[in-house]
Design a protein around this ligand. Structure first.
Ligand code: CA
Length: 230
């Protein structure tokens, strides 16, 4: 069973989400508070995707829950549930380690499309790879374990960040448009915004560049997209 954690304090929204996830073939694990969400994750280590509402009545908001999950788990897919008025929260959420966000009110189709897309990336599908390592010093990408090392040190990446690095390392020196990156990493049926590419790249640079303000690995191609290397 494909397990999804649903953290939402409002009971009617929570049951709306749960019903639609069940219809789409997922098992939904419910939580009303941040504490409860973290406890559920501990009890259910096979949860692959977490939906986190941002505005929660107690001390811990969705961002904090996201931060705490990411502190110990870089693999789980995280989608933030944001209100329409919280435009900035999208960026904040992604910077705290979320992979995606859905703006309320959302349709069942939109929600399950996002969850499906994230499930595919969190290692659901088998990849057919000829070689299981791509070496481009100082980086070594292992496509079997889905890990990245820089100078022999493991870099902790989310699944989305891993997908972006893999795409780059398979296309060194090639300018990739933001649309291409979105298609290749998030999937063609994903209906997100291009901005999500930029935010993920910003986060990726912080993790892999020697100096994120003067990137040398992930280079900007102005008005177009990004390029790996020079
Ligand atoms: Ca709420």
């Amino acid at each position: 069973m494909k397990k999804v954690l649903v953290l939402e304090d409002e009971a009617n929204i929570r049951s709306f989400v749960v019903i639609n996830l069940k219809r789409a073939g997922y098992e939904a694990i419910e939580a009303e508070t941040g504490e409860e969400a973290l406890a559920q994750l501990k009890r259910n280590p096979d949860i692959k995707v977490a939906l986190l509402d941002i505005m929660l009545p107690d001390d811990m908001d969705g961002f904090e829950v996201c931060r705490r999950i990411r502190a110990s788990d870089s693999k789980i897919g995280i989608i933030m549930l944001t209100a329409r008025t919280q435009e900035m929260d999208k960026v904040t959420g992604l910077m705290t380690g979320a992979d995606d966000y859905v703006t309320k009110p959302f349709s069942p189709a939109e929600l399950t499309a996002r969850v499906d897309a994230l499930f595919r990336r969190t290692g659901g599908e088998e990849e057919s790879v000829s070689a299981d390592e791509i070496s481009q010093p100082p980086f070594l990408l292992n496509t079997r374990n889905r890990t990245l090392e820089k100078n022999g040190q493991r870099v902790k990446l989310t699944q989305v960040e891993y997908g972006i690095v893999k795409l780059f390392m398979e296309n060194p020196g090639k300018a990739l448009s933001r649309e291409e990156i979105l298609d290749m990493v998030w999937g063609r049926d994903y209906f997100g915004e291009l901005k999500i590419v930029d935010v993920n790249i910003r986060r990726l640079r912080i993790k892999i560049e020697d100096n994120p303000t003067k990137p040398t690995y992930v280079n900007t191609v102005w008005g177009y997209g990004y390029k790996w290397g020079s």
